[in-house]
Design a protein around this ligand. Structure first.
Ligand code: RM4
Ligand code: MN
Ligand code: MN
Length: 430
């Protein structure tokens, strides 16, 4: 196994921090025991938790105004893999990468797979891209892709998705995530029903090419690039499309893709109920698709989402196995630091949701005791589970203090030397 950061450095830092961690861990263990919870079981759950990292998140993001690149950004998928290896080594809970095509296309996928395997990394969902034109493509996606009025454009977009599945097979992926920017910018520009019918026909054509053991995830997003109407704009259109397309077609929830104040945890519950929850793109958001760091703004909302997920597991809801992934854009931070932090914050929400006293909650719900039901959730949310997360990291050879260890390693400074800034790619998304 290859490590981007010296395991000796990690062990040295961990040794310094272990005595204090042990005290905090023991104190928390006692407290949880009084509440009828076994800290050892929670540690195991924390150790098993894993969230995939988006390959495109390892570069500095941008807005349509500008992009201010950071030092030592990865210049290709091989370097992105190395950064993902750092994220996994420090956090202990991010062992898979989600690639985006054609951004991450390579000539030899076996070489790429060998490269990721030496770091112990695997590949999660593959993502297609029909929201940009590529230099060598025949038809333009300016007016849409899977729902385009012209059949030739739709066929090109379908063929691209099928090609992405082929690449994904070579990496060992089992899911394709489809997000399209199709929609309109002017009232009247597009016939809502016809556009959706065309989308559904295209989605079915992709689904026909889906291997038996794969899932197809549809991602909705309210706006951007289309600012008046978007074909798959909300979870309603999403679940309709998933239901029409087929059993293994499910909905993906990106936290930033809803109108402000929307009750995302309830959407999650609905999708679980109808076996249509495919997975998540975690991030945080204040205004729209801001792609802020997960849990940086609405940690309680993230907890409430995990409360639904843990509840589904508790009830042994059939067919429940959503895929977890981060999807954020980092404009002002070191992407590696943001992704380490975010993976840990999502893991934190999961562990806190495991603390919820579900029997008590059920009782309060049937007694219509609103305040005690709410306090039951709050009791879990207000518990600081940091010692559990840190101990899980230590047990897995990851860093007790992930960010301090990463900074002490000088990885970014070495990357800056090894990957000189070429001055290109200063505008646009991601
Ligand atoms: C979109 C959406 C997709 C991602 C692109 C890059 O807003 O979140 O998941 O593929 O951005
Ligand atoms: Mn997304
Ligand atoms: Mn997004």
């Amino acid at each position: 196994m290859k490590y981007p950061i010296s395991p000796d450095l990690v062990a040295e830092k961990n040794d310094q921090l272990t005595p204090d961690l042990q005290k905090d861990y023991d104190a928390l263990g006692e407290q949880l025991e009084r509440r009828g919870l076994d800290i050892k079981a929670l540690i195991r759950q924390a150790e098993d938790f894993d969230i995939a990292v988006p390959s495109w998140g390892t570069g500095t993001g941008g807005t349509r105004f500008a992009r201010f690149p950071g030092e030592g950004e990865p210049r290709n998928i091989f370097e992105k893999v190395e950064d993902c290896a750092v994220i996994n080594q420090m956090s202990g809970c991010a062992s898979e990468i989600s690639p985006h095509f054609p951004w991450d296309k390579v000539d030899d996928f076996s070489e790429l797979k060998a490269h990721s395997s030496q770091y112990g990394l695997g590949w999660s969902s593959v993502n297609s891209n029909t929201f940009q034109d590529q230099p060598d493509q025949e038809c333009s996606y300016k007016y849409g892709s899977l729902s385009h009025a012209d059949a030739a454009v739709r066929e090109q977009a379908i063929a691209h998705n099928l090609q992405v599945i082929e690449w994904g097979k070579q990496l060992g992926s089992k899911v394709i995530t489809v997000w399209v920017g199709d929609g309109s910018n002017h009232p009247g520009q597009q016939h809502f029903q016809r556009a959706f019918e065309r989308y559904l026909a295209s989605a079915k054509a992709i689904y026909q090419g889906l291997p038996e053991d794969w899932e197809m995830h549809i991602e909705h997003k309210m706006f951007e690039p289309a600012f008046y109407s978007t074909v798959i704009q909300d979870w309603g259109s999403n679940i309709l499309a998933a239901m029409e397309t087929g059993e293994r077609c499910k909905s993906l929830v990106d936290l930033g893709h809803h109108a402000p104040n929307v009750n995302i945890e309830m959407i999650v519950s609905r999708l679980i109920q109808f076996k249509k929850l495919g997975g998540f793109h975690f991030n945080d958001s204040k205004y729209g698709d801001d792609d802020l760091d997960s849990g940086s703004l609405h940690p309680y909302q993230q907890f409430l989402i995990f409360n639904e997920l843990v509840d589904a597991e508790y009830r042994k809801q059939p067919g429940f196995a959503p895929a977890y992934m981060l999807d954020q854009s980092h404009n002002v931070t070191d992407p590696i630091e943001s992704l380490i932090n975010s993976a840990t914050e999502v893991q934190r929400s999961f562990i806190k949701a495991l603390l919820v006293d579900r029997k008590a909650l059920e009782r309060y719900q049937s007694d219509n005791d609103a305040i005690m039901a709410s306090n039951t959730l709050k009791a879990a949310f207000n518990t600081d589970v940091s010692p559990i997360l840190a101990m899980a990291r230590k047990n897995k050879g990851a860093a007790i203090d992930s960010l301090a260890t990463y900074r002490a390693s000088g990885y970014r400074q070495q990357a800056a030397k090894a990957r000189p800034d070429t001055g290109g790619n200063r505008s646009g998304i991601v």
